[in-house]
Design a binder for this molecule. Structure first.
Ligand code: MG
Length: 250
């Protein structure tokens, strides 16, 4: 399938979808503290999304039972919110959420420390975020898609972390997941040409230990096989003639 190029009208709608999602993340981020359940985070996220007149795009996506993926410690992504799962001091928690505004999707993720966390966990969170910014330095016309993947890999590799290979970034627009797939690890080819008007969700998922993951029996929650912590950082971006525009940051 071809990578869609968004019109100016579509770009305006994507910008608004992104801006509103940034606000959702801001509210959820401020809510994170020891004693909060992962279900309460989901409920807050859904409430804020709906208060903007938007729909949560994760809810019922392939049957996912919530609006926000809440993944704690060794959970990489797709954690199912649960009222009995209570955040503890020293945990790290990844929140992945998205919304639909007038038919256009946004998608973003953040990892937060709960209370005081170890320096090692903080470094994992920081470098995962930094790898996103290293990757999108390549996200401009004249480059190719996997230049982004290779830049993320080159940056992360210096820390000895494991880059998750089973899940990747993606195109986004009138659907949550559009072509192309955007791996966070080194590719042999450089991939398709990057063009202005493309919109991507770039989302490094980085394990403190090995890259291997497995799925829990709930068929959703992806965990690091070695049980070590994992971090996730994602934004929806727009390719322009110059630097990329990060739509889900304000
Ligand atoms: Mg995504």
């Amino acid at each position: 399938m071809a990578i869609t190029i968004k019109s100016n009208r579509e770009i305006e709608l994507m910008r608004e979808a992104g801006r509103l999602l940034a606000l959702v993340h801001e509210e959820m981020g401020q809510f994170i503290r020891p004693g909060v359940s992962t279900k309460e985070i989901d409920e807050l996220g859904e409430k804020v999304i709906r208060s903007f007149g938007c729909e949560p795009n994760f809810l019922n996506y392939n049957g996912f039972p919530a609006s926000v993926c809440v993944s704690v410690n060794d959970e990489v992504v797709h954690g199912i919110p649960n009222k009995n799962r209570i955040l503890q001091e020293g945990d790290i928690v990844s929140l992945d959420a998205g919304l639909i505004y007038k038919g256009y999707h946004s998608d973003a993720a953040r990892t937060y420390g709960v209370g005081q966390i170890s320096p090692e966990a903080q470094k994992l969170i920081d470098e995962t975020r930094n790898s996103f910014f290293e990757g999108i330095k390549m996200a401009k016309p004249g480059n190719r898609l996997f230049d982004i993947s290779n830049a993320i890999d080159a940056y992360i590799s210096q820390f000895g972390y494991g880059i998750v290979r089973d899940l990747v970034g993606h195109g986004i627009g009138t659907r949550l997941h559009e072509d192309p797939q955007i791996p966070n690890f080194r590719q042999l080819r450089r991939g398709p040409k990057i063009q202005a008007g493309m919109t991507f969700a770039i989302e490094p998922m980085i394990n403190m230990g090995r890259a291997d993951v497995e799925w829990l029996d709930d068929d959703w929650t992806v965990v690091a096989e070695d049980g070590l912590p994992s971090a996730h950082y994602e934004n929806t971006i727009l390719i322009t003639d110059g630097e990329p525009e990060i739509l889900t940051l304000i």
